[in-house]
Design a protein around this ligand. Structure first.
Ligand SMILES: [Ca+2]
Ligand SMILES: [Ca+2]
Length: 470
């Protein structure tokens, strides 16, 4: 009798184990639509109604949940930003500081956000640019997905459309191309995601990652997205803005100086080219917004509409000439401030706004908590579930940004403090100086402000991991 009871228990246990966790939780756990955009900065109507780049679909998404108005990437470059967001570890804890840093060598055992969802019983699918696409996708992490459609290969027009930049490659060119929207990389990525949303059986909760590549260079968008941009203003700049930059800034920025100086050369040769370039970035941003719109349309057509958690973020910002810089790779506001929206059914309220300063290392612990997955012991960021419930709740943790070992920025509500590896500093007072034109770090009266911000700079910094080379 005892033996048969034991056997029944063994049988029942086996039966329960064979039912995946997914079946047990499929009713309560939301699906997740995880959207990442490449290089989309903050000059967009989502974040500023007066901004010239209209992003109606991002606004439409924000109306459904919480918009974070002071959100920052963890690092202003594709690879370190994405790795920090997807592993929950900022560069100083992972050693992943650059676009070539071999992140899996640095973190061989770290479970990515997607791996957590897989282990929790989710079907994890993705398409496009999720991890950085270094060396033709060498940084893609197979273990993170049940199914993944890689980003379509980069196509180029048959010749340079704008003479591009004297020092640049065709990768810095811009124009109207290709003629058919369905020929774009992002259209194909979004097609895969739409099909997944509409056709994947619902017995298992779904985590779907959609990586949109525009407005990343080259700045080509299909016809239609350039309309109405002819009167778009140029970014505001200050003469001699660099005069008060410290040595650390000048050294760091020397690497990417060619883009701005090159653009000035192009402008001298063909006046109006710079404005055309800025408009091309705007067109690419509008195109990216339209792709998000297609995705939301599909979600709304699907039966998943009311039980899908939606996250949207950009991996970092982009300068279009502000502070005499074109590119990211800097510790200033324009390189780091990004759109970030989170819609959590039953938790966020429609049209919510949160102005707490935070960086994207919060996404990893937050999504684990929201979806009832076990927390990870070591995380650089904290879960922002309290802010999702009440955006006014006191939040004493600033956004921390890193670009290269030893170079960090700390952003609180009113201040940006930057310290470079040589010890030199910058301090800007927002919102009085939103363009960060006046470096206050040398002024004695701000010593206590600097001290208060300095304590957030990572103290122990992991050595950089080896670069992945061909
Ligand atoms: Ca990027
Ligand atoms: Ca200045």
């Amino acid at each position: 009798m005892r033996i048969s009871c034991f056997l029944i228990r063994v049988y029942l246990f086996g039966l329960l184990a064979s039912l995946s966790v997914a079946h047990l939780f499929s009713k309560s756990r939301p699906d997740v639509l995880f959207i990442v955009i490449d290089d989309l900065n903050n000059w967009i109507s989502l974040l500023d109604q007066d901004a010239p780049i209209a992003t109606p679909n991002l606004e439409r998404l924000a109306r459904r949940g919480m918009l974070f108005t002071r959100a920052y990437c963890a690092s202003a470059a594709c690879n370190p930003s994405r790795v920090a967001t997807l592993t929950g570890l900022r560069p100083s804890s992972s050693g992943v500081y650059g676009n070539r840093s071999d992140w899996r060598r640095a973190l061989p055992k770290r479970r990515t956000l997607m791996q957590h969802f897989k282990e929790g019983g989710y079907l994890v699918r993705g398409a496009g640019k999720i991890f950085h696409h270094h060396l033709g996708g060498a940084f893609h992490d197979k273990a993170s997905f049940d199914d993944f459609q890689p980003m379509a290969p980069q196509n180029m027009p048959p010749k340079k459309l704008n003479g591009a930049l004297r020092y640049g490659s065709r990768n810095t060119d811009w124009g109207v191309w290709p003629n058919k929207e369905s020929d774009t990389i992002d259209s194909q990525t979004v097609d895969y995601c739409i099909q997944t949303l509409l056709e994947t059986p619902k017995e298992q909760p779904l985590f779907l990652a959609c990586g949109i590549f525009k407005p990343h260079s080259p700045f080509f968008a299909p016809p239609g997205y350039q309309e109405g941009l002819s009167k778009m203003p140029l970014p505001e700049r200050k003469e001699d803005d660099w005069a008060d930059l410290p040595t650390g800034a000048k050294r760091l920025m020397a690497r990417t100086k060619w883009f701005w100086t090159g653009m000035q050369g192009v402008e001298r040769k063909s006046p109006g080219a710079y404005a055309e370039f800025v408009r091309a970035y705007a067109a690419c941003s509008r195109f990216a917004d339209a792709q998000v719109g297609r995705l939301l349309d599909a979600l709304d057509r699907s039966s998943r509409r009311d039980n899908t958690l939606i996250v949207l973020w950009s991996d970092h910002g982009f300068h279009l000439g502000e502070k005499d810089h074109i590119e990211k790779f800097a510790l200033w506001e324009k390189s780091n401030n990004i759109p970030f929206v989170l819609v959590a059914p039953g938790i966020t309220k429609a049209g919510g706004r949160c102005s707490a300063s935070l960086d994207l290392t919060v996404i990893y612990p937050t999504l684990l908590e929201l979806c009832g997955l076990p927390p990870e012991s070591k995380c650089s960021g904290r879960s922002i579930v309290p802010l999702l419930k009440n955006p006014q709740v006191q939040w004493d943790y600033p956004a921390v940004m890193t670009y290269g070992r030893g170079n960090h920025a700390v952003r609180t509500r009113d201040w940006r403090y930057i310290r470079y590896s040589d010890g030199s500093e910058e301090l800007y007072k927002h919102p009085e100086d939103p363009h960060e034109w006046y470096n206050l770090s040398g002024k004695l009266e701000y010593r206590s402000i600097i001290e208060a911000h300095r304590k957030w700079i990572p103290q122990n910094e992991v050595s950089p991991v080896q670069d992945l080379r061909r």
